[in-house]
Write a protein that binds this ligand. Structure first.
Ligand SMILES: [Zn+2]
Length: 193
């Protein structure tokens, strides 16, 4: 993937989940970069089933904080705990929560990039409360997440957050950074980069 790839603006066919409509939204080269970064951060999670990454960025494209899902510091993330779904879900801190907790400055007015799922309802509430103004991520494809998604997106939109959700489910299955960059470039019609 050539570096020059990132120097093109591109358009995304985005789904605004709450309304179920689809509209053309403009995103920038920075959106492409930070989505790839969220994908990278997600890979650091030790969660065996779902690895999630979040990147919080200010309006000057400076990274304010990053986070991935995991158990709290000082709590052993051994495989016994991580593979016991019920126990894990009680203990785990979500990527968005970690990103908010580790921000050492205000995130008011910032954009949150999330991968490979949009925020859950609890995280959506926290992002709202922290002053996040825009959320970018892939639309969630899993059926059991649909209701959670609708609640979360509804909350964020009601609070005035702009939600950009890429609608193509295949994007979540890409494994390498090169694959995800190529996928998003294809979706946005920028194949000859
Ligand atoms: Zn969450």
């Amino acid at each position: 993937m050539q570096v020059s790839y990132w120097y093109y603006r591109c358009n995304i066919l985005a789904a605004v989940l709450e309304l179920g409509d689809v509209r053309q939204m403009s995103i920038s080269k920075w959106d492409c970069r930070f989505m790839a970064m969220a994908k990278l951060i997600a890979s650091w999670s030790k969660d065996p089933s779902t690895k999630v990454g979040a990147v919080i960025v200010d309006d000057k494209h400076r990274v304010v904080s990053v986070g991935f899902n995991g158990l709290p510091h000082g709590v052993s993330d051994n495989s016994e705990r991580l593979n016991d779904r019920e126990t894990k879900l009680r203990m785990v801190i979500h990527a968005e929560e970690n990103a908010l907790l580790f921000a050492n400055r205000s995130v008011s007015g910032c954009t949150a990039y999330v991968w490979p799922l949009l925020p859950c309802a609890r995280c959506a509430s926290k992002l709202i409360q922290a002053g996040i103004r825009r959320v970018v991520g892939p639309a969630n494809g899993r059926e059991h997440w649909r209701e959670e998604n609708e609640i979360a997106v509804g909350l964020m939109k009601e609070a005035g957050i702009s939600v950009v959700a890429e609608e193509h489910q295949q994007s979540r299955r890409k494994n390498s950074l090169e694959e995800i960059q190529a996928h998003w470039a294809e979706r946005w019609g920028q194949q000859d980069l």
